[in-house]
Design a protein around this ligand. Structure first.
Ligand SMILES: Nc1ncnc2c1ncn2[C@@H]1O[C@H](COP(=O)(O)OP(=O)(O)OP(=O)(O)O)[C@@H](O)[C@H]1O
Ligand SMILES: [Mg+2]
Length: 245
């Protein structure tokens, strides 16, 4: 299998404190990965470095086989922030999704094509004309993800996509992530709620103290989560770790 994203020995210090301490990982093309770790482990800072929002002190980031500078990564990697819906400012769902591709300077018909495709994939077609401030929490988060999709990235990173959502909204977001996975996107989800979505992932990265402590197939490694103080319900098998029925 080819790698979509390779990170080699990333080092990052902020104000003299080591935040990332030799992070290395590979994400295969089309892979759906979970990145778990305790508060302060460095997950968000790692996503920011991958996206190109923060420059690491050293280390290499390769996308699809080529070393990628920050500018390339800003284009090819999408990051859905925690509370991404706070950034939704447009008057309608479809206008908000169009915002990114319009800023890329694409022509009208290409913007429309991308907005249609993103609405379709996220199941938001019937909400296209609705004002974002009238959407539910789960729908808003889907709207934020749709806005990212319209930029047609290679890799999608999501930071805490389930935070502050109720049970049906979490299911909505999990289903949309599964749809993206089936579509072939390469995805990394950072979440404290491993038990909610791990059954749908193929890869697990566990981060501790600025390093990737464990990486490999989720189905083999999920039992190690409690060793890193990450909650898992007792005595479940991997397949039953799904909230989807
Ligand atoms: N601007 C900053 N200045 C100083 N320290 C920072 C800054 N940003 C992050 N840090 C530190 O970097 C470490 C890693 O932070 P990060 O946000 O990546 O953690 P995280 O794994 O995402 O945690 P959480 O699960 O709580 O979101 C933390 O100890 C944090 O205090
Ligand atoms: Mg974080």
């Amino acid at each position: 299998m080819e790698n979509m994203l390779c990170i080699d020995d990333l080092q990052l210090s902020i104000n003299g404190r080591q935040i990332l301490d030799g992070v290395s990982l590979s994400l295969q093309k089309g892979s759906f990965a979970a990145l778990c770790g305790r508060n302060g482990a460095g997950k968000t800072q790692l996503l920011r470095c991958i996206k190109g929002l923060r420059k690491p002190d050293s280390g290499k980031i390769t996308i699809d086989g080529s070393a990628a500078n920050e500018k390339t990564r800003m284009k090819r990697i999408a990051l859905v922030f925690q509370n991404a819906e706070m950034q939704i400012v447009s008057q309608s769902v479809e206008k908000d999704i169009a915002f990114g591709p319009e800023n890329m300077g694409l022509d009208r018909s290409e913007v429309e094509r991308r907005v249609e495709a993103a609405l379709d994939l996220m199941g938001l077609k019937d909400k296209a004309k609705q004002r974002p401030d009238t959407l539910s929490g789960g729908e808003l988060r889907k709207c934020a993800i749709a806005g990212i999709l319209a930029m047609e990235p290679d890799v999608i990173l999501l930071d805490e996509p389930f935070a502050n959502l109720d049970y049906p909204s979490i299911l909505t977001v999990i289903r949309s992530l599964i749809a993206l996975h089936e579509k072939g996107y390469s995805i990394i989800v950072v979440s404290h709620d491993a038990e909610k979505f791990l059954a749908h992932t193929d890869t697990l990265f566990i981060m501790q103290n600025g390093r990737i402590a464990v990486s490999g197939p989720s189905s083999n490694l999920f039992r190690e989560l409690p060793d890193y103080d990450i909650y898992l319900p007792d005595s479940v098998d991997f397949g039953r770790l799904s909230w989807l029925k």
